[in-house]
Design a protein around this ligand. Structure first.
Ligand SMILES: Nc1ncnc2c1ncn2[C@@H]1O[C@H](COP(=O)(O)OP(=O)(O)OP(=O)(O)O)[C@@H](O)[C@H]1O
Ligand SMILES: [Mg+2]
Length: 298
């Protein structure tokens, strides 16, 4: 097991630290570094999950390769990245993606195959999810007849705001909005059916797209447990909340403490860390059919 990496550092070129990833500017390219940070209930926890960043980075790379959709990934090989001399290649290896910098379309392209989270809450009130009318009688966690596209705007702080398709068309233009919807649903269907055959239900996910010379390419992370809801298929039972494939141990443990979710969360105990780490590795191994190599060979 590798030591946990909570932060990477490349002096002078850091663009942003997200909840999980550190983003560096290399001119016409970006370096996306997935750390071992983990978030729950909208908080980044003080404890990391060893190898989580590597698993996430390698799951995204696996999908980019499999999906056959034009995308931003140039390489995950740190030796081929032409990094600044002072870069810590051992720390970055396996957890880094060099990508083409694009003009980001400022829409979170959410696709849902199941009724969960904010979608389930809205459906109970109004029979819709982000304005999309669904048939009556669906229970929590129900599989939708077909995946639906429920865009959101990217918020700098706080929560993304769900918007209607019409609002999205106003923001980015109808033609682009329709292409984003069509391609997002197609990528989701391909990925979700592949994952389902390997015992993982992808309940919903968020894609981001960027423009290069007016061509749309898939960017950011794709179909990872951080950008999606992964459910274990063998525990799926509509009519209740589903366990999370990756974060269930963390959530259960936090719920059992006295933490109020409004103040910095407590550190995780070792057994929760180890069980959670095992789940991430399992997600990788189920999806890719490969063993997760903890040694990166750099
Ligand atoms: N090819 C690309 N071109 C330009 N920007 C990109 C590209 N790929 C990803 N990005 C941007 O990089 C940023 C990734 O950082 P982000 O803050 O999402 O990290 P994160 O760890 O996922 O955090 P959070 O949980 O807060 O989303 C996003 O703003 C995303 O739009
Ligand atoms: Mg993000």
């Amino acid at each position: 097991m590798n030591p946990v990496v909570l932060e990477s550092s490349l002096p002078g070129i850091l663009v942003r630290r997200g909840k999980v990833r550190d983003v560096y500017d290399l001119g016409d390219r970006l370096l996306l570094v997935s750390t071992d940070r983990i978030s729950a209930f909208d908080w980044v926890l003080p404890t990391g999950i060893p190898d989580k960043g590597r698993v996430l980075n390698q799951i995204a790379a696996f999908w980019f390769d499999l999906l056959g959709e034009p995308n931003h990934l140039l390489t995950t090989d740190v030796n081929a990245m032409d990094l600044p001399a002072e870069a810590d290649r051992h720390l970055l290896a396996g957890r880094s993606s060099l990508v083409r910098k694009t003009r980001v379309v400022p829409i979170e392209c959410v696709v849902r195959g199941y009724l969960a989270g904010s979608g389930w809450k809205e459906y109970q009130k109004s029979g819709t999810v982000c304005g999309v009318k669904l048939r009556p009688g669906l229970v929590e966690g129900a599989a939708l007849d077909e995946p639906i596209f429920t865009p959101a705007t990217k918020a700098e702080t706080g929560h993304d705001e769900n918007i209607s398709f019409e609002r999205m068309a106003d923001l980015v233009g109808r033609e682009l909005a329709e292409e984003l919807r069509r391609r997002s649903i197609a990528v989701f269907e391909k990925g979700a059916s592949y994952a389902k055959a390997r015992g993982i239900l992808i309940a919903d996910t968020k894609f981001e797209w960027g423009l290069v010379d007016d061509r749309l390419i898939l960017i950011d992370e794709v179909l990872t447990p951080d950008s999606s809801r992964f459910w274990p298929a063998d525990r799926y039972q509509p009519g209740r909340g589903q366990p999370s494939f990756d974060k269930q141990f963390v959530r259960d443990w936090l719920e059992a403490t006295s933490w109020d979710k409004n103040s910095p969360p407590p550190p995780l105990p070792d057994d929760v860390v180890l069980n959670t780490r095992r789940r991430y590795l399992e997600a990788f191994e189920r999806l890719t059919g490969k063993r997760f190599e903890t040694q990166t060979g750099v």
